[in-house]
Design a protein around this ligand. Sequence first.
Ligand code: GLN
Length: 564
Amino acid sequence: MKLIVVTGGVISGVGKGIATASIAKILKEYGFSVTCIKIDPYINYDAGTLRPTEHGEVWVTEDGGEIDQDLGNYERFLNQDIPKKNNITTGQIYKTIIDRERNGEYLGETVQFIPHVPDEIKKRILDAGKGFEFVVLEIGGTVGDYENIPFLFAAKSLQIEMGRENVANVLVSYVPVPPNIGEMKSKPTQHSIRLLNENGIDVDFVLCRAIAPIDDVRKRKIGLYANIVSENIISAPDVKSIYEVPLNFEKEKLGEKLMKRLGAKKRKEPDWTAWQKLTDRILNPKKRIDVAIVGKYVDIGNYELADSYISVNQSLDHAGAYAGAGINIHWVDSKKLENVANTAVLRNYSGIIVPGGFGSSGIEGKINAIRFARENNIPYLGLCYGLQLAVVEFARNVCGMKAHTTEVDPETEDPVIAVLESQKKILQERHYGGTMRLGSYAAALKPSMILELYRKTGRLGRDMKKLSLIKDDFRIGNVKGDTVVLERHRHRYEVNPSYIAKLEAKGLSFPGFHETKEGTKLMEFIEIPKHKFFAATQAHPEFKSRLEDPSPLFCGFVEACMKK
Ligand code: GLN
């Protein structure tokens, strides 16, 4: 196993995640088996309880992990599943050590920072990397942060154990151009390199994030001050699409340089044709469509931010590249749609999405938006909460019920969305994120528009092949047949089975469901066959969308928007 350690300098949010994913993608293109690991130095055990506006979206893995969003970038670039064990946090390290100590497993030893903490870190890195030729390890945070130190220590220690020749250190740094100076300044990068040196890490490569490519003069300067050959100072200018990043790195032969540094010989010639073509389609689309995402906005200090939906944005780009349209995303604050008169603005869009969400804020606005889409034949895609609220809307305005989700109104007369008692018990017994349904679940699809989308995009075939690889059998449940698909979940509430017949009688169809081992049927999809495109899922298909394997529902949605 060869290890590439990626750290970040100067500022947070410098793009380490994309750089890590790009390095991994490049090595995969040269024919190696590659995985990525993300270290998050925070004390949270995982990202499940993190506020999205503070830390970005919570990513869900196939095996039910609630993880930092960088794992999403790894999957989108590598087009391979990354399991939850590939996200290591300070919280996990300390919890394991303290649990072990409480169990008497240290046999009276004093449990100390050194060696116990770095040992646990190393064990987890090696475990996640087992079976792969290359592991790209991203250490979160910025060099110089206190909380980074244990991980840098572990990285150094791995370097000694594995041999310097098998470990390469990459710094992703920021090279600012202060407007009043008008020149690219390399000093902060030099200082980051020095900070790494102080932790025993010699930098082999510097990826220089900046508004423009870094010139040879500055490359030489950084190289000279940091004692690095200047060919290994690589430009990483701002890009319009993240998918350009590996292509840009390859222009500077980063892949070959890394292989040379680590004594690896390429297994095949890389072929970037398909990737380049898809990226070009994102950058220069023949047509553009306007999509409204109706979500909630949150105040953070002086800023009002849209709840984070990176994967939804990415999925739209992937589907756009597939269907041949560029997507202009418009954020519509659902609170503003609480007054029905305001929903008329939605006429300006080719399609409407209601993404996942929790709680009551802006709920009636989302329901109004869904009603507008349904009544005006505007393409609608609902994701998780977007399915639940579409069911509420249909129950209210088509079936005349006094319906709601019990998440918002526990006393509602018609609880069309509710926590199913049987489901609650099962989830609790599994100790899987308390009472949340998390990770991938199989759904059997009936003949429907949605099934056709899964077939047409090839996803049905790929999911059918994957079924036998699923380790947790509760993810398959009693689902059988040859039209089974897999999507990831993160929610507590479900469609109440006692209302299905009534809703179906009025034209809402439920073309796919999961059946638990215990026999509970959980509705996974809805569609309105008479509508131009009205589809929603209880799952989060945005977590399985990749540039090279776009989500069937997003593809169908974008194609419908293009026709509008
Ligand atoms: N709040 C809803 C639930 O918990 C939907 C969650 C989501 O959209 N991820 O069921």
